[in-house]
Design a protein around this ligand. Sequence first.
Ligand code: AGP
Length: 613
Amino acid sequence: MCGIVAYLGDKPVYPILIKGLQRLEYRGYDSSGVALISDNKLHIYKKSGKVVDLDVYCQGKIPESNIGMGHTRWATHGAPNDLNAHPHVSHSKRLAIIHNGIIENYMLLKKKLEKKGYTFQTDTDTEVLLAWIEEIWNETGKPLVEALCLALTQVVGAYAIVLMSNDDPGRLIAARKSSPLVVGIGEGEYFFASDATPIIEYTNHVVYLKDEEIADISLKDGLKIRTIDNLNIEPYIQQIKWELQELEKGGYDHFMLKEIYEQPQSIADSLRGRIDKTNQLVTLGGIKELENKLLEANRIIILACGTSWHAALVGEYLIEDLARINVEVEYASEFRYRNPIIREGDVVIAISQSGETADTLAAVKLAKQKGATIFGICNVVGSSISRITDAGSYTHAGPEIGVASTKAFTAQLSVLSLLALRLGYRKGSIAESRYHTLINELRQIPDKVEIALKEDKTVEQIAKAFKDVRNFLYLGRGYNFPVALEGALKLKEISYIHAEGYPAAEMKHGPIALIDKEMPVVVLATNRSAHEKIISNIKEVSARCGKIIAIVSKGDQIISELADYVVEVPETEEPFSPIVSVIPLQLLSYHIAVLRGCNVDQPRNLAKSVTVE
Ligand code: AGP
């Protein structure tokens, strides 16, 4: 939700902070700020608006310093203004903090502190957290890192924080619980960040802090990790593989377009090494421990949010169709509050690109408490959700920077396809010949997505015709019903046009009243099994002057002649049609948003990773 970056080393800190904040801006961008120590004084600069506004504000003001921290915010408590922006400074002016997360018991702490004479200048939970830490520090007289341990044992909520004090200008201290924090280890220099993007150009050696761990760095002593119970932990240093250019736009106008075009590669990477070339068997990392649990499961519950929830719906069709195992898909945010029934033998699959979505994380923790076995499908290694699952398979989509999820979605569908095939094969619920047909077809999907991308110009022309409409309807059947939902979400979140996704057959139960000549209707028409029914749906819409945009399998003349606009995609096996048919919908939403002058990569009101409820 917010972006955190900090540095301690031998380089001027400000350029590292500001570039790091620009890399993290997709996590939240309504205000930002930096704090540095120079001549044993804390210097704070913070502004509402984008990181570029902060940079302009800082010009000519920044003192020389080699230690500092920065924060880009997505407001949860307190309006996005200069005052509530981070970093926050303590009452004594000796401590500064940046924070990503929500302190749930901050009002209780605030009351305790007010009784001790504290007053507060901002509306943020972060200012209360900082005052709480300072109070414990003053009261106990312990070293700051030990006072922090004590303070955090009484804090309820999610946090990734970095602290620094002008009492000790050579030290940075960080702590995390339920919000991500990565430690970068360079040559005589150290970094803290919400993810690896601000770090990777300096070092690829990182430590992913775990919940309730504290990282204490100084140039003298290096990196020390302890738990909030003050137990020392041996740092587990990993080497990340992402290269810097993966983080750049690579010549595209927007990260979203780059990521749409990366899909042949990201799908291939998500399939890579997971289909045995000799016996065609699917081998999914992590499934071995869980396989029998999945095969014998009474029920598989898939928990997710947003686009990942749409992928979960496709997963339901795949696993029930190919492996004949009962699947239920739940919005994580609903599941966690409705006192759900979890029985022995239930297996939960958690799907999350970021691996940090608060609702999904909480729902998984609840399912785990109730005895379910948890399988994760995440895109970020070391993310919170991936670390609390019993097993899992990463999508290898690479960093997804655009707020609107695209390549992560098709990577999730690829891993779900592999999972359904593996389970179906093991259960014997897929005929041998059908299994091999599907495996061979899945291997071709990256190439078929490449072909679908070649329709970009056709889609751009369609976007020009509909960029000013006020409503859109997306219809699909079977495997393509979740794709209709996904296409509608893409359009909504980046072009701000209202759009609804619907099962095509549901039209006659009400939504058909919406159809008139102003209503463009996107129809996913690539499923062979429902071809006749889809023709009827198209005719129902045309009879009421609705404009039809049909996504058809290449060469489908019948539907092409019924539609006002047609986008052809390569024919594929029905279970994989969502991966191919979603491509024109991603492009349509992208082009309409660009034509409307919307901020495609950082749409209003949104953040890439929703790490608060
Ligand atoms: C998708 O385009 C949205 N940005 C959003 O719905 C997203 O899918 C959702 O917040 C879930 O995120 P996750 O996959 O990281 O858990």
